[in-house]
Write a protein that binds this ligand. Structure first.
Ligand SMILES: [Ca+2]
Ligand SMILES: [Ca+2]
Length: 508
């Protein structure tokens, strides 16, 4: 292995400052990854092409800051589906509550989250994201079928319960992010038969062609009545409603649902409207696309950060039997498309995707540990889905939304591992540099306030020796089961167990 060859593989991305430090960047292009058809925008070009000056229209100067407000990469978000977390109040379990049915309300409530705030704090979380609390239509346990944008669903509790939750969270230095929807109403919203609201909806057309950008914005997603945000009445209704939630409850941020299904002009007006009154308020968008450049378009409209689906695709490719680390490297490189990659949410599973531990039929916990290791050392905002810290299982929706398994918390090995990662993050997260990789292993350093750690991940189900050049010595292992490294003249040699994780403190 020559030095020159190794330098070609060296990628150093100072993600926090968006400076590409690497000497020679060797583009890694997987033709099956990041299909251009997914971005729904014909003017966008493949990101591997060099000249992109004409591909993206640069919007005019934003009237507001999109710098994260009181949020930064030092935050950790814990994502809770309220109905599925903890049932503390039997009085809110209405007649249609059925804990045995995965598609019905199961009894979790706002009081339950309040009672579990100390548990959430023990995970190092500095913020919680709650699924929408607004009153929903029939069986809208998840919160995404809103009927009344100005009230709390009685299945979850009362407005006072919600305010108490926000206050108690703030008492523990935990910020609150509320899920917010402007794209659609519930299926049988009272607005549908209101003649005065007739012009508030788009004509009923289902989204059948996912490469048609107009249809993606104006079509009915999963048959949900699609609101027309280009109607000034609709625009002002939602800006007013959003501000009302902030002033009424003291929440700190919105997670914005279905961002790509709403015109960018609306997001510009919405962001400006919110931040005019609340300049430090945080907006975290859900832009469901593998294409980093496409996701970034919404940051340009005023949304601070977005859930990074590009990185999610890379993580699931690498930490699975595919063991495709190149796709992950590709995704890490694409973070250079973001002005503020550090404000994006990095996640490994959520309520729309299978639980990470269940993605692979075998060795799910080993893959989960590797994915968690990357998530917690990455310079962006980890978004941990409730229960992932105890390796809860679950396939596609709604199986990934099972009631939190409280009886599995005590003695959970994954929970102890998660807490170790949180501690390492507080000391060593800041700047991530890829040192070495091939299809089946990844080596990177992470430099934070307490120095640098080096992480080695063997994504292959096979014991093997990983050798790479890195001109530093190690002083100690930072994680249990980390094998000894043999270092000679700047070359490291590590005998890695199958699907192993090694973390070392590195001497500067
Ligand atoms: Ca309840
Ligand atoms: Ca829409």
């Amino acid at each position: 292995m020559t030095k020159e060859w190794n330098m070609k593989k060296l990628i150093a991305i100072a993600l926090s400052s968006l400076i590409l430090v690497g000497c020679t960047i060797q583009p890694v292009v997987n033709p099956e990854f990041d299909p251009i058809s997914d971005n729904g925008k014909a003017t966008l070009q493949d990101e591997s092409k060099e000249d992109d000056s004409e591909s993206v229209q640069i919007p005019e100067q934003l009237p507001v800051d999109n710098d994260g407000g009181i949020f930064s990469k030092n935050d950790i978000i814990y994502f809770v589906m309220t109905d599925r977390f903890y049932d503390a109040s039997a009085s809110s379990n209405l007649e249609d509550t059925d804990p045995t049915s995965p598609t019905k309300f199961q009894g979790g409530d706002l009081q339950g989250i309040t009672e579990k705030l100390d548990y959430i704090a023990s995970l190092g979380a500095t913020a919680i994201w709650l699924t929408p609390v607004m009153t929903n239509g029939q069986d809208g346990y998840h919160g995404y079928w809103i009927h009344d944008f100005y009230s709390v669903d009685p299945h979850l509790g009362s407005m006072d319960d919600f305010k108490r939750l926000v206050d108690e969270a703030h008492n523990r230095d935990i910020k609150v992010i509320l899920d917010y929807i402007v794209n659609h109403t519930g299926y049988d919203s009272p607005w549908i038969n209101d003649p005065q609201k007739a012009s508030w909806f788009h004509e009923h057309k289902d989204i059948t062609n996912w490469s048609d950008p107009v249809l993606i914005e104006n079509g009915w997603l999963a048959g949900l009545p699609d609101l027309d945000q280009s109607n000034p009445e609709v625009e002002s209704y939602f800006i007013e409603n959003a501000k009302w939630w902030i002033s009424e409850t003291g929440i700190d941020g919105f997670r914005l649902d279905t961002v790509r299904h709403v015109p960018k002009d609306f997001w510009r007006a919405f962001s400006a409207g919110i931040k005019e009154d609340y300049p430090d308020f945080f907006l975290l968008g859900e832009v469901w696309s593998d294409n980093a450049r496409y996701i970034e378009l919404y940051h340009k409209e005023g949304i601070d950060g977005n859930t990074n689906y590009s990185l999610y695709a890379g993580i699931t490719a690498a930490f699975s039997p595919l063991s495709d680390v190149r796709t992950l490297i590709n995704a890490i490189q694409k973070d250079t498309n973001f002005e503020r990659p550090d404000l994006n949410g990095i996640f490994i599973d959520n309520h729309d995707n299978p639980r990470f531990v269940s993605v692979s039929k075998e060795n799910g916990e080993a893959y989960l540990k590797q994915a968690m290791t990357l998530m917690y050392s990455y310079p962006a905002i980890p978004v941990l889905y409730y229960g992932t810290e105890i390796a809860m299982e679950g396939g596609a929706d709604p199986d990934n939304r099972r009631m939190m398994a409280w009886d599995e918390v005590e003695g959970s090995q994954m929970l102890a591992f998660t807490k170790q990662l949180v501690e390492l993050r507080s000391k060593y997260m800041g700047e991530l540099t890829v040192i070495d990789y091939d299809v089946k292993h990844l080596v990177y350093t992470s430099k934070g306030p307490d120095g640098t750690m080096l992480v080695v991940l063997n994504t292959e189900k096979k014991e093997k020796t990983i050798t790479f050049d890195y001109d530093h010595n190690t002083s100690q292992a930072l994680l249990q089961d980390t094998p000894a490294a043999i270092i000679s003249s700047g070359t490291w040699q590590i005998q890695m167990p199958e699907l192993g994780i090694a973390v070392y403190k590195v001497e500067d």
